[in-house]
Design a binder for this molecule. Sequence first.
Ligand code: SF4
Length: 699
Amino acid sequence: MKSTPAATTLTTCAYCGVGCGVSMQPQGDAFSASGIKNHPANLGRLCVKGSALGETLDLQGRLLQPEIDRQPVSWAQALDAVAERLRAIISEYGPQAVAFYGSGQLLTEDYYVANKLMKGFIGAGNMDTNSRLCMASAVVGYKRAFGADAVPCRYQDLEQADCVLLTGSNTAWAHPVVYQRLAQAKKDRPEMRIIVIDPRQTATCDIADMHLALRPGSDAALFCGVLNAMAKCGRLDSDFLQQHTLGAAETLRAASEWTLARTAEFCGLAEEQLRDFYRLIGGSERLVTLYSMGINQSSSGVDKCNAIINLHLATGQIGREGCGPFSITGQPNAMGGREVGGLANQLACHMGFTPEDISRVGRFWGSDSVSQSAGLNAVDLFRAVEEGRIKAVWIMGTNPLVSLPDADRVRAGLARCPLVIVSDIMRDTDTTRAAHICLPALGWGEKNGTVTNSERCISRQRAFLPAPGEAKPDWWILSQVAQRLGFADAFAWQHPAEIFREHAALSGFENHGSRAFDISGLAQLSNAEWDGLQPIQWPVNAANPQGTARLFTDKRFYHPDGKARLIAVTPRLPLNAPSGAYPLVMNTGRVRDQWHTMTRTGKSARLMQHLSEPFCQFHPDDAPQIRTGDLLRVSSSHGWLLLRAQPDPLQPRGSVFVPMHWNSNFSQQARVDALIEAHVDPLSGQPESKHMPVSLRRW
Ligand code: SF4
């Protein structure tokens, strides 16, 4: 990208995993946002949330001073208190009694420090993140298939495909700039086919040639069915399967049970429509499948991911232009968290808890206290808080009392926890109200570091605002606590570029091509070069100094034998089925103009105009007595919500939709996750957030 006048700052959007480049221009006391034309993620585009970034920068409601028991204190008092109380708990109960819970809103440098402190020096694996709720299933799916958590594609592949499957993704609202790029590609090449696979008819269907409104949760069967159909019509790439994969025979045998009739019945689709779908897939040479929370947030999310990947491997549609299974993440830096090891089952830089990796990371960090085992994932971590096994939890940049399933139980658990520390930008959230110690963090526009988007592109988030009040960068707060815990040498950074260099060096440490994540080519950046870093896709190393646009072009994967794995999948429906008391199934998701629990986007009057209050959409036949605008009580076995009724004939019968955003500051009784049971995928630990039986009644 070319340089711009000093007054303009080039940065990366605060919100979704598309990771758009944003130019912030001062206009008097305010800032306006525009898309950066040569940023590879957005090519100048922004969605309405991104274009409203300048409207969310005020300091109203900010946490601007450290607090203990809601009383302001100095930084020295707060940091001393955190360190002393952590030390006391570790010394009495051991390191396993302490946990960190991070966020895809953290910058990579912040994430790295948190992970290093917990797993490398406190010596427990209990660092997990809200990314567990977002794409943990995609991570395991990639690792099973490729031997590494490696997203094969780039956004351009979507534009170069013959056929794009959008599954479990309302792309138009959740990843709007990707949708805009697809819509333009469809306009330029009308012969390109776009197929939406979703129980709901969403705004994404506006550009689709076909919408498969399948039964909620039946996705794996659909992909087994299409694999079987491709095998039957000779559409498999036998050479690719033979030379570059293992597991094809068992997988095809398992898929062969998914005949047209059985698949149609299981998925609730007409055989004729399914036949048309198979015809489109069979006629495509370049297929991209874009998938998101509708696939991942499931008790069988990993199998769904592998059913998708199987199709790509079996037809050889991977590692080529316009091809590949493409998981898109929710948050701006969910990928950065995966890279540093922010999930509890990872150690650091794509290394796990094998004896070799523990030794390697310990030698690099100069620590003999590295955790010997994985920690607790998000749901188990907060269950351990409730049960008193975790005595201290530090929550950073996230609001789990709104966003975790069974949220009321999480709140009750935190109320009993001896030490709750929260680093946040806002003073009054559902979660800060449960904290003993609150630490004011810098927000977007104030902090300085890197993020990685869904196409593995590392991009800079740059500060253009002064630090407000006494707010500090997360990496600084964590380092100060680490120093007080006696780890001064390992946490002595003065600048985030120093942390990035260490992270980059660790990614290449004893990495002989065995680990996908390798940015050792960036380990020597000076502070000025780090500051000016241009967007670049990993791996970035001696072999790929300019980065890597697309993975697996050489058909070599990261399993030791270089071969990918097809995984035989047995499709399963969601765990909770509707019943007499709760006859409808609740699906949850995003609305176009809000972000997560609304602590930032809720500040913009323009964004609030789109959908200003929490609502419930349902088919009119499911509750004919309830009219548009009625107040509605939505109940599950776990609780109830008070929402505005929106009967909608486009909503599938038997299923309701409720947005995930509203927190208690906006609406006392609209925290949707309070209704959701914490069933998780056994392999990924990701909760089933899109299939909860509920009932409706007028208030
Ligand atoms: Fe920001 Fe996502 Fe919109 Fe891009 S698509 S401007 S990253 S919210």
